[in-house]
Design a protein around this ligand. Structure first.
Ligand code: C2E
Ligand code: MG
Ligand code: MG
Ligand code: MG
Length: 281
């Protein structure tokens, strides 16, 4: 009996592992196919400047529907794209399409927003990244200051020495750099001060229960004070309620992003919202 039960247990786990491996492979192959034949699209989520109430930037968020597995979250497929290096061509595709979109908004008279693009540390470590990025930006008739890049705190802090030079080059080019998911990593004041960055994005986990969790409210206050003392702009992500917005505004937060303003939206819908909130120019 013991033996057959052992066999079943082994079979159970080995099937589960096989399923996991198979799904991962399916995602990898799906990514390759979508890069070749299309299948990705971009959504845009507004970031609102609390001093003016207008949309200052839109964050570019990748969307993908796998032909068999259906819609897959970037939290699931980006790590696979990173492991397989597919993030390099995929990342450039995102930059190209985002710049194309911004160009087209500019042509339509939307002149006062920028695009905030998420980049993986794998992209920053690629030697050809800066040249590829700047030539895309130029090709669309844009320049460095039109673009913001978001890099997660953990990725940047684990690779500080390896990304220092590229971050400096990006800054010299006029690109603004934000640290994403701030508060979840291990930044010391000393290391933060070394980075050529312009803003911090407070992680959603601190914002979501700011009304009820006194500790999280204090963390948000602390990040805002710390950031301001370093001359950084603070943006809160995942703002879902008017009460969260008010608390953040009273603490001196500079900008907010979240479902309270809008979900990530297709380009035409976000353009309508920009015209509504910013007025026509
Ligand atoms: P992120 O950069 O921190 O993006 C914010 C995530 O929070 C997005 O999830 C967004 O849809 C979600 N979000 C925004 N407001 C709210 C809110 O009020 N409430 C809640 N519950 N969620 C909100 P999404 O689109 O699933 O993206 C997940 C992550 O995938 C992103 O986190 C980013 O790290 C990564 N990602 C997305 N697109 C790209 C890309 O083009 N390149 C790279 N390298 N990473 C990307
Ligand atoms: Mg982001
Ligand atoms: Mg984030
Ligand atoms: Mg995130």
């Amino acid at each position: 009996h013991a033996k057959s039960r052992g066999g079943n247990t082994f079979e159970f786990f080995s099937q589960a592992i096989n399923r996991g491996v198979r799904e991962r492979l399916e995602i990898e192959n799906g990514l390759r196919d979508a890069l070749k034949h299309g299948g990705f699209k971009l959504h845009y989520q507004p970031q609102v400047d609390l001093a003016t109430g207008s949309i200052c930037s839109v964050e570019v968020l990748l969307r993908w529907r796998h032909p068999v597995l259906g819609v897959i979250s970037p939290n699931r497929f980006i790590p696979i794209a990173e492991e397989t290096k597919l993030i390099l061509p995929l990342g450039l595709w995102v930059i190209d399409r985002a710049c194309h979109q911004l160009r087209s908004w500019r042509n339509d008279g939307i002149t006062d927003v920028r695009v905030a693009i998420n980049v993986s540390v794998k992209q920053l470590q690629d030697e050809s990244f800066f040249k590829a990025l700047s030539s895309i930006v130029k090709r669309h008739g844009l320049s460095g200051p039109d673009i913001e890049l978001e890099i997660t705190e953990s990725a940047i802090m684990e690779n500080l020495s390896r990304v220092q030079a590229i971050l400096k080059a990006l800054q010299d080019y006029g690109i603004t750099l934000s640290i994403d998911d701030f508060g979840t990593g291990y930044s010391s004041l000393g290391r933060l001060k070394l980075l050529p960055i312009q803003s911090l994005k407070i992680d959603r986990s601190f914002v979501q229960d700011i009304e009820t969790d006194h500790g999280n409210a204090k963390i948000c206050d602390g990040i805002i004070a710390l950031g301001h003392s370093l001359g950084l702009k603070i943006i809160a992500e995942g703002v879902e309620t008017e009460a969260q917005k008010n608390l953040l505004q009273n603490s001196g937060c500079d900008a907010i992003q979240g479902f309270l303003i809008a979900k990530p939206l297709p380009a035409d819908e976000v353009a309508e919202l920009i015209t509504q909130l910013n007025g026509t120019t």
